[in-house]
Every structure is written in C-alpha cells, then in structure tokens.
Write a protein that binds this ligand. Sequence first.
Ligand code: NAD
Ligand code: TYD
Length: 350
Amino acid sequence: MRKLLITGGAGFIGSHVVRRFVKQYPNDQIFNLDKLTYAGNLENLKDIDQSGNYHFIKGDITDTAFIQSLFETHQFDGVIHLAAESHVDRSISNPMEFVLTNVIGTVNLLNAARQIWKTAEGKRFYHVSTDEVYGQLGHEGKFVETTPYDPNSPYSASKASSDHFVRAYHHTYGLPVVISNCSNNYGSHHFPEKLIPLMINNILQKKPLPVYGKGENVRDWLFVEDHATAIDVIFHQGQLGDTYNIGGNNEWKNIDLVKHLCRLMDQKLNRAEGESEQLITYVTDRAGHDFRYAIDSSKLMSELHWKPSVTFEQGLEKTVDWYLANQEWLNHVTSGAYQQYYQNMYSNRS
Ligand code: NAD
Ligand code: TYD
C-alpha cells in the first residue's frame, strides 16, 4: 500500500487527478491537501469522497511547521503537487500571493519530502506546471522541453521559479522529481474566472462577453481529463529528473473560440442563431498579454505513448453539457466574493 499526497485536489485540474487516482489505484491511499481558497471546492469531489482510499486534509502549503509534521505523520511515498494560485489576471493585481503559494509553498513541500525520504527508492515528487514558463511565441513554432524559460506574467514567473527549485533539489540533493508543463486546460469544474467557463456562464446569463484586445491571442487547449491521464502516465513511468510537455495540438484564436462557443450554446439553449455572438464586447487588453502559446508534446507521445482521448469538438460539447447540467455548482461558485471580483476586474476595462 502506497500513500500519495495530491496538493490542490479540490481545484479544477486537481479534482480530476484525485478522481482518477482514487478510482484507478484502489490499493493506494490518496491524501488530498487543499487550503480551499476561492478556487477550491469540495463539491468537485462529491462523487468519490466516500471512497475508502480517499482522505481530505485542509491545510496551507505555505505553513512550514504544518507541512513538516504532515509528512512525518503520514510518510508519503509520492507527491503530486498542483496547489497554486493559477489565474494570470489575479497575479497582475496581487503578485505576492503568487510568490507565497507557488514559490514558498513548493519549497516547503520539497524540504519536507527531502527530510523524510532517506533514499529515492520508490519515491517521487511530481510538480505540475504550465507552458507559460516558456514565455510567448510569435506566429510560428511550438514550445519543446528545451525551450529556454522566459516568463512574462507574475503567475508564469512564480511557476518558473518553482520549476527551477524542483530541478535544483534533484540536481543538488538527488530528490526524485519529475515536472510537466501543460497548455491551457478546459473541462468540467473549471472556475469561471478563466476564458471558457467565464464565457459559458456569461452566455447563460446573457451578460457581455469580455474579449481582451482584438481577440487575436492564441491558446492551445487540452481537455482536463486528458491532462489527468498524462499526469498518471508521467507519475508512474516518467524518467526521474525529466520534463514532459503536455498539449492537445489544438490552437485557437480567442475570438474564434468564443464565437464557436456562442454557436454551440445557441444550439443547446434553443436560441436564435447568432444571438449570443451579439454579446461579444471587446475590452481593454490584459497588461503584458502573451500573444501565443503552442505545445509540442511529441516526447510524451513517443516515449510514454500518451495521446488525447477526445477531439476539441467532443471535449467542448462535454464541457458545455456539464455546465448546463450543473448550474447549481455555477450559482454556488459565482455567489459572494465572485461578484466583487468580477466588478473589480471588468468594470474599468470597457
Ligand atoms: P485552481 O486555481 O483551479 O486550483 C488550485 C487549488 O489549489 C485550489 O483547490 C486551491 O484551494 C488550492 N490552493 C491554493 N493555494 C493553496 C495553499 N496555499 N495551500 C493549499 N492549497 C492551496 O488551479 P488549476 O487550474 O486546477 O491548476 C492546478 C495546477 O496546474 C497549478 O499548479 C497550475 O499552475 C497548473 N496548470 C494549470 C493549467 C490550466 O489551464 N488551468 C495549465 C497548466 C498547468
Ligand atoms: P485564461 O483562461 O485566463 O488563461 P491564460 O491567460 O492562463 O492563458 O485566458 C485565456 C485567453 O483568453 C487569454 O489570451 C486571455 C483571454 N481572456 C479574454 O479575452 N477575456 C477574459 O475574460 C479572460 C478571462 C481571458
């Protein structure tokens, strides 16, 4: 029996990873450590939270004494670290929160793992990271694992820093680590501050659809369940000390994606063709907005034989269907503090 710690398991991607590991590995004990910030929600895991191999721990990865005693008590065999502040716009308003959680929090976990793991045998520290550490691309090319780091936002700078610490602990102390850098995810349980769920929510509410700048920026989208599968494969089979890029080979200009979503939702909601598109509103661009991200995941595909299971059309339809069937979830997460967030973020943009 192995004990695995998953941090940030109540968040968007973390909840899909926890669900996968709880179901796929009934002989492993899965511990979900989460602070339950605005982005963490135990409702995301209500379908598996009665499973015998699932345990929830509420706690903060920046609390050094707590993290050390947690590792001493449970003697985890593996760590999959996803807990983070994850939204670029919030990092622009409040960068220090990102330094604390993403950098200090990660180093706390690395120190605790280093203290309890006397040998690397059977142990693994997996850091889940982003392609945004590589900076931005022009019209051509893709990020590969050897692309130099060149982060532009406070969010990507904090993730780049944490990646460097993870690698340094491998090089300096021999800590058994692996890192992945993934492109933009979409899917169920995605907090409606990010592009796709924000647009879905606003289309439902018939609210303006705020497109930054001219909507020409490009993102490479991956279905979240395919990210969870990739994490499973890399955690179990990835080379220690290595990095793997994960992406869906699925680039969209923001404006094309928003229009596509409008068409899909008009059909689902029996609205007139073109109705939701009229809600599109071009607003002031994000400061330092990265132009384009695109991931080359051929290393992961050829070495570990991973591939995405759905096309973008299938994944997006599943996602929209989930939001339509779970409007109560959407109502919960958009009540209270979200209203203030939305007001602050969007009121002076138009
Ligand atoms: P999210 O914001 O939905 O969830 C983050 C989770 O971390 C939440 O449950 C939150 O409560 C928890 N958390 C935050 N601070 C904490 C702290 N101090 N202690 C303990 N828990 C804390 O994020 P996400 O989109 O699911 O991203 C998860 C990870 O994947 C992040 O590390 C992110 O950088 C990375 N990533 C995200 C994407 C994406 O498209 N969303 C793409 C590539 C990589
Ligand atoms: P986001 O989902 O925040 O992810 P990231 O910035 O990490 O890539 O944004 C995706 C793209 O959508 C990005 O180019 C910014 C843009 N965007 C909008 O145009 N309007 C919005 O309201 C949001 C949240 C994002």
